[in-house]
Design a protein around this ligand. Structure first.
Ligand code: EPZ
Length: 417
């Protein structure tokens, strides 16, 4: 087991380059199954979850060649349409192979992901939509087993906004016969990035970024070259770290126009932001002001930034209310933050955070991906030494976070326990 050891209280100053977005890379890697030609992807982050997806695809017969941030995939000789439990249980986004496999090969057996730390995370909408597109789908021995001679276009409504649900159904519809409409579709930038990649592969999808997507099915998709968008959540996490340590941090290779909800809240908290086309500079002097957060589907405030803003509220002037509306159990960072001296009470889906002058270092434990980032950020701002345990959660979604933080002046080391 590895831990991060952090000496807090140092200002973060300097420049850091954003990596490609995990939540854009994962569906786009699965989209390689939709063609027999090469899919050439740039700016693919090197993360545990990405490595798991590549391993899953290779197990199906997809050839994978990685050269730095570029990955070339070819699904010309797929030998298996099974996504085994052993891999799916470590990375829920494996469910994103279900629909491309059915769309191109007419069958798939994908293990149900099972729950995760932040919630039950059912995939009923993925299955409901796939059935409406004409597939026979059964759940047997913990696997989703689907087959269809050829999917038929349909008019789909998802019961709630679901990011991977929208992405999965898009990848079913692109090769279906006829037209598909998806209403109540997710509008996240990562969904838009997948659509841009699919259209580059010859798909005919319109409505990207809106809640109504129209897909004209085609007979086959061809290869393409695509660059994955920057990770707005990683960027947001570094901006919060810069603000909390009274620092001066410039994040490059990012997409500010996709980050308005995050930047708006940072300004409300008193951060000074300078924004260019592909860069954002954050400066903060003195304590931040408390902000109220209510998570919502894009273009609302992203749930993946909830924990990081809760951390900012911990040392802010005033009391901030943080309401989580997307997942039922996404406050596991609260007891860990309280070990650092935070004052937080939870009432239902709202955490009430009373800001304190400062936090003090302690031993803390990561519980899920974004919570682990919020704990690292809190430890950077706390006086004294902290250790963060179970950082495999962090490695799932942040590419070499400690080396990026070290380059900004943080005193942080990874140690084997
Ligand atoms: C995606 O998860 C992201 N993961 C999550 O990021 C992110 O937090 C989430 O979207 C919300 O933005 C990837 O893109 C790989 P949902 P996803 O389907 O698609 C319920 C991270 O840290 N729901 O949009 O699984 C669900 O329980 C991760 O990078 C159903 O009930 O989330 C939740 O309450 C964490 N049935 C809500 O909808 C379904 O069939 C939104 O979930 C699907 C979803």
């Amino acid at each position: 087991m590895q831990i991060l050891k952090i000496q807090g209280g140092r200002r973060l100053v300097g420049q850091v380059k954003a990596s490609g977005a995990k939540n854009a890379a994962l569906p786009i890697l699965a989209a390689s199954l939709l063609t027999a030609d090469d899919l050439v992807l740039h700016n693919v982050p090197d993360l545990t979850d990405v490595r798991t997806m590549l391993k899953l695809l290779e197990g199906m017969g997809v050839t994978v060649k990685r050269d730095g941030e570029t990955v070339v995939l070819n699904a010309g000789r797929v030998v298996s349409t099974v996504a085994p439990y052993e891999l799916v249980k470590t990375m829920r986004a494996s469910i994103l192979t279900l629909c491309p496999l059915v769309a191109r090969f007419g069958h798939a057996e994908v293990s149900l992901p099972g729950g995760c730390a932040i919630g039950a995370r059912p995939v009923d909408q993925h299955i409901k939509g796939l059935r409406l597109l004409g597939a026979d789908v059964i759940i047997e021995h913990g696997y989703v087993k689907a087959k269809a001679d050829r999917l038929e276009g349909a008019h789909l409504f998802t019961d709630m906004v679901t990011v991977t649900g929208t992405e999965n159904l898009l990848m079913a519809a692109v090769l279906a016969k006829g037209t598909t409409v998806i209403e109540n579709a997710a509008r996240e930038p990562e969904v838009v990035d997948l659509i841009e990649c699919l259209n580059a592969m010859g798909a005919k999808i319109s409505g990207a970024g809106t809640s109504v997507l129209t897909i004209e099915g085609v007979d086959r998709l061809h290869g393409a070259e695509h660059s994955v968008i920057a990770d707005r959540i990683e960027v947001g996490s570094f901006l919060i770290a810069g603000a909390m340590t009274q620092g001066d941090v410039l994040v490059t290779h990012c997409v500010p126009k996709q980050m308005e909800p995050i930047l708006d809240k940072l300004r409300e908290a008193g951060a000074q932001l300078d924004v260019g086309d592909d860069w954002i500079r954050v400066r903060m002097t003195g304590r931040p002001k408390s902000v109220n957060i209510r998570t919502a589907p894009h273009p609302g405030f992203p749930t993946d930034m909830q924990a990081q803003f809760m951390t900012l509220n911990c040392v802010a002037q005033g009391t901030g209310h943080v309401t989580e509306t997307i997942f039922e159990n996404r406050f596991m960072h609260v007891p860990e933050l309280m070990r650092l001296g935070a004052q937080i009470t939870i009432e239902g889906s709202t955490a009430i955070v009373t800001g304190v002058e400062g936090l003090t270092g302690a031993k803390i434990m990561a519980t899920d991906l974004r919570a682990s980032a919020s704990l690292v950020i809190a430890a950077l701002a706390a006086q004294g030494e902290s250790t963060v345990d179970r950082i495999y959660h962090l490695d799932r979604g942040y590419e070499s976070m400690e080396s990026k933080l070290k380059a900004l002046g943080a005193e942080i080391t990874r140690e084997n326990q």
